[in-house]
Design a protein around this ligand. Structure first.
Ligand code: DQQ
Length: 588
């Protein structure tokens, strides 16, 4: 690899699919020899703990993904966090490299925490990350690739002048972290957002720099919230303002551009976002929905399920913004240790602003579809009467991609919704689960079901009447997902922001990957990611159904389900082939 010419050539990473020869199936192991909980196409390191996505970027024809990683075990360990590093040509198949940043210097000796990558003006990437220094205080550090011409960017150098941003006097030592990707203002200065608690107030600080080394804090924070407690992992990025799907470079601004501020709230372990206007003169963010207030917990959600610390990047190769988020395990630490690993990432999601100018839409990047193999369907326009449950047969359900469109002929029977329920959709999903008959819905999918249905995960919609309008609830109900005690099995849910009276159709896409059920409702307007741990998979196959448990009929106008092949994800570098890209437009 070292001898390949690098300049003016894009490199393309192909990873040979691992051949699954006849392996003896041990308990808790799939026929491919994977642990039954291990995912087949979601990002995971080969072993050990991972949490936040860090510094995703596209550089010199290659995708890089870094992540919070404990190289020494399957649990989070405050002092042992490094930056894991993998590379990919397609964001689906990944090769693991050595850790990029480790706690070795006085400015990060107690841990290398989250941060971001930025491609600088000359085209060189830089990483800003939080170090826990020798005094156990959080500071912001800079790292550069030792050899920017190395397509894999294997080694990273941490200059001895670090930290580039020491702990400010008005911020406690344990509340200053997670520098964002930098963006350029019209004055030519770089800006970053950093999370901090200032005088007890959760604040997203802005720092400016001309040279990426010397940083100065703006007096006013980009955002502050008295109520939310500490916020983490800020992400400020531009989106096209009028519903176009293409992405924008993080420094884009001007006419036709809106901004999104995403914050992760430590108290709830949830991510929230708000669309707004970013003013680079004052470095201020003005929310488009001020009525939601400054308490971040009232902002919108990327995902109503079990994800945290999301981070996006601009994919210049395909002109889109791509988001990742960490989905933690929901069983016990003892389970993590026994498996030897913990934590997955959602599939990379394309992200854009809906035409309504307020909500984001997300969709699995199209490269995931390269994994689609055997396809099965349901006869078009199959009518589902009350109590209908049609099995989707013919594919391995533990590794599947299902797309279904439901047409609702009548909203006559929609149940009335009390306004109080609007405040707690998750609780509503619990009270009105898939087995509780309704008027219009519940209808949706049942996945990872045992033969006797004792174990199953239901992903469904239910339509309510509210003030002469209709509200659509989307739920993923885990309460029956596993027979095991000691597993977190809540109902998850949120309202889907669509006019169902006008559309009459609602779509659902669900990706099943052993211990992940990741669902996209109403063409990416509401997402729910869940971790599931059914017991039956140790001895038998799972089943999948489309169902309706409402008195009003629902028509399935389209249903397609694919078995997905396993991607090659961090299985070692034996299968790593670097070759010239065929697509000239991919060249730098
Ligand atoms: N995880 C990192 C922190 C960040 C938190 C440490 C969010 O930098 O605030 O692993 O999950």
């Amino acid at each position: 690899m070292a001898g390949l010419p690098l300049s003016a050539v894009a490199f393309y990473l192909c990873l040979l699919a691992s051949s699954s020869s006849a392996l003896r199936v041990a308990p808790a192991t799939t026929s491919e020899g994977r642990h039954v909980r291990r995912t087949a196409y979601h990002f995971q390191p080969a072993k050990n703990w991972q949490n936040d996505p860090n510094g995703p970027m596209y550089y010199n024809g290659m995708y890089h993904f870094f992540y919070q990683y404990n190289p020494h075990g399957a649990l989070w360990d405050i002092g042992n966090l490094s930056w894991g590093h993998s590379v990919s040509g397609d964001l689906v198949n990944w090769a693991a490299l050595d850790t990029a940043i480790d706690p070795t210097a006085p400015f990060d000796i107690n841990g290398c925490w989250s941060g971001s990558a930025t491609i600088l003006r000359g085209g060189t990437p830089a990483i800003l990350y939080t170090g826990i220094d020798a005094n156990k205080e959080q500071v912001q550090n800079l790292a550069f690739p030792k050899n920017p011409a190395d397509p894999l960017l294997r080694e990273w150098h941490k200059p001895s002048y670090n930290p580039v941003i020491p702990l400010p006097a008005d911020v406690p030592g344990d509340k200053f972290r997670d520098p964002s990707t930098a963006w350029l203002g019209r004055d030519g200065l770089w800006r970053i957002a950093v999370s901090a608690e200032v005088s007890g107030v959760a604040s997203t600080l802005v720092y400016r720099s001309a040279d990426f080394v010397h940083w100065e804090r703006n007096d006013a924070p980009l955002h502050s919230s008295r109520a939310a407690g500490m916020v983490e992992c800020p992400d400020l990025f531009p989106v096209k303002a009028h519903g176009e799907e293409g992405g924008l470079d993080t420094s884009a601004s001007g006419a036709g551009v809106s901004h999104v501020l995403k914050l992760s709230v430590m108290d709830t372990l949830q991510d929230y976002y708000m669309v707004g206007r970013y003013d680079d003169a004052a470095d201020a963010f003005v929310p488009a929905e001020p009525e939601r207030g400054d308490d971040v917990r009232n902002w919108r959600r990327f995902d109503y399920g079990h994800v945290y610390a999301a981070k996006s990047f601009f994919d210049a190769r395909r002109n889109r913004r791509v988001l990742w988020a960490w989905a933690n395990e929901s069983d016990s630490q003892a389970d993590d240790v026994a498996r030897g690993w913990s934590g997955v990432q959602t599939v990379p999601r394309k992200l854009w602003l809906d035409k309504d100018g307020k909500q984001l839409r997300q969709w699995p990047i199209e490269e995931i579809e390269t994994l689609r193999r055997k396809r099965v369907g349901l006869r078009r326009n199959t009518m589902l009467s009350a109590g209908a449950m049609n099995e989707i047969v013919g594919i391995a359900e533990a590794q599947a991609d299902v797309e279904v469109a439901f047409r609702i002929p009548s909203l006559e029977e929609a149940e009335a919704l009390d306004s109080n329920w609007l405040l707690d959709p998750q609780k509503l999903c619990g009270e009105k689960g898939a087995s509780v008959p309704g008027g219009v819905g519940p209808f949706g999918l049942i996945v990872m079901a045992s033969g006797d249905l004792q174990e199953h995960t239901a992903v469904f919609f239910r339509v309510f009447r509210h003030d002469d309008k209709y509200k659509v609830l989307m739920c993923t109900d885990l309460t029956r997902s596993s027979a095991r005690a000691g597993v977190y099995k809540p109902p998850y849910g949120g309202f889907v922001d669509i006019d169902i009276e006008e559309r009459k159709t609602i779509k659902l896409r669900t990706l099943v990957d052993h211990s992940v059920v990741e669902s996209y409702g109403a063409e990416g307007r509401a997402c729910i990611t869940a971790r599931v741990y059914p017991e039956h998979v140790e001895t038998s196959n799972s089943h999948m159904f489309v169902f309706n448990n409402g008195t009003d009929k629902v028509k399935v106008t389209k249903l397609e389900a694919w078995e997905l092949a396993a991607a090659t994800v961090n299985v070692g570098d034996e299968g790593l082939i670097v070759s010239e890209s065929k697509d000239e437009s991919e060249s730098y």
